[in-house]
Design a protein. Structure first.
Length: 337
């Protein structure tokens, strides 16, 4: 296992390890110029091996849930591991987050980058086709981190790759994220059932706690009496991003922390955004004894919609032999000074 450090000309630093193609830490300045780590993570591999909820990892072959771990493709049925209640979550028992990727540092004119590769055998975790996946992190001197996902397959397969970083822009993972302000560029979201599988409906966010079209604090409505919030134990839902045809990199979200003055703008080619408010962080020791309390990190996972292989009205996640899967997400770091 190796860890690589990317640093840009302003001192922003991203550390990435080959286990899980994981973003281990991300150090950005606050408004006073002090650098802190703004994502949850550990200093030792052992902590990750002890079992963590996908901290900073690249999740695949299919990020998010597939109902009952089952889907049909070209008339053939497939059964995946059911590792989350009745459903398959984040690629099964040994998803891409638990694989060792190969890494190649590549300097570019706009900043240092690291390209990671992993070949997933046909049949691995129940998925058809040998899938060759690449994730490239590039830390640009304009204070942005671009994450490129690419894949090809020898046979038709569903693919959904996403980064699973937990942000805490206060720079101190002991603080809850409930005072962070969040804007999500989406008029609709996909409501779910009690096991977090979408019904297929794309519901207007207007007049619901899911309306983040203008910046709202995460905590302001999280305890509202609302069936969807109850199912998620808070926010754990997919938003349907408002896409503009002329802009392949569409605005997905802006997260900011009024205390530190930090903000992150997220742009993406992906159709969806899973906003998860850290509801399963429970204060039990994780990794080498580090404790992560309830809602001390939040994920903004740009991706395709959950359970797309079983949802004919959702954008397709099928990759066929000869096609190239390519998605991009960019995090732009700013301070309010
Ligand atoms: C995703 C899911 C959540 C949870 C986390 C990991 O964000 O949507 O329900 O499983 O991963 O704990």
């Amino acid at each position: 296992m190796q860890i690589y450090t990317l640093t840009n000309i302003h001192g922003i630093e991203a550390r990435i390890m080959t286990y899980g193609a994981t973003l281990v830490s991300l150090r950005t300045p606050d408004r006073a110029g002090h650098f802190n780590n703004v994502i949850l993570g550990f200093d030792t591999l052992d902590s990750y091996l002890a079992g963590v909820p996908y901290f900073g990892a690249t999740v695949g072959r299919y990020a998010n849930r597939i109902a009952n771990g089952r889907f049909t493709l070209d008339g053939k049925s497939y059964q995946l591991p059911q590792n989350n209640g009745p459903n398959s979550l984040h690629g099964g028992n040994q998803g891409f987050d638990k694989r060792v990727w190969t890494a190649e540092p590549i300097p570019t004119p706009t900043g240092p980058s690291l390209r990671l590769s992993y070949v997933s055998a046909a049949g691995e975790e129940g998925y058809p086709g040998e899938l060759t996946a690449h994730v490239t992190y590039r830390l640009n001197d304009d204070d942005s981190l671009a994450i490129d996902f690419e894949a090809t397959s020898t046979a038709p397969t569903p693919v959904n790759l996403a980064n699973h970083a937990y942000f805490n822009l206060t720079g101190d993972s002991r603080n809850a994220i409930l005072d962070h302000l969040l804007k999500i560029n989406a008029d609709r979201f996909t409501p779910v059932n009690a096991t977090l599988i979408p019904s297929g409906e794309m519901r207007e966010v207007a007049h619901t706690p899911f309306d983040f079209r203008t910046p709202q604090t995460i905590g302001s409505r999280i305890n509202d009496r609302d069936e969807q919030l109850r199912f998620g134990g808070g926010y754990d839902h997919n938003w349907v991003l408002n896409r503009s045809a002329s802009q392949p990199l569409t605005l997905a979200a802006v997260l900011s922390d009024p205390k530190s003055g930090r903000s992150i703008e997220i742009r993406t080619t992906q159709p969806g955004l899973q906003f998860y408010s850290g509801n399963f962080l429970d204060g039990k020791p994780a990794g080498a004894g580090t404790v992560f309390e309830y809602r001390t990190g939040l994920c903004l996972e740009t991706q395709h919609f959950p359970d797309s292989p079983n949802q004919p009205t959702f954008p397709s996640t099928v990759l066929r032999a000869g096609q190239i899967y390519a998605e991009k997400t960019v995090l732009i770091f700013r301070t309010d000074k």
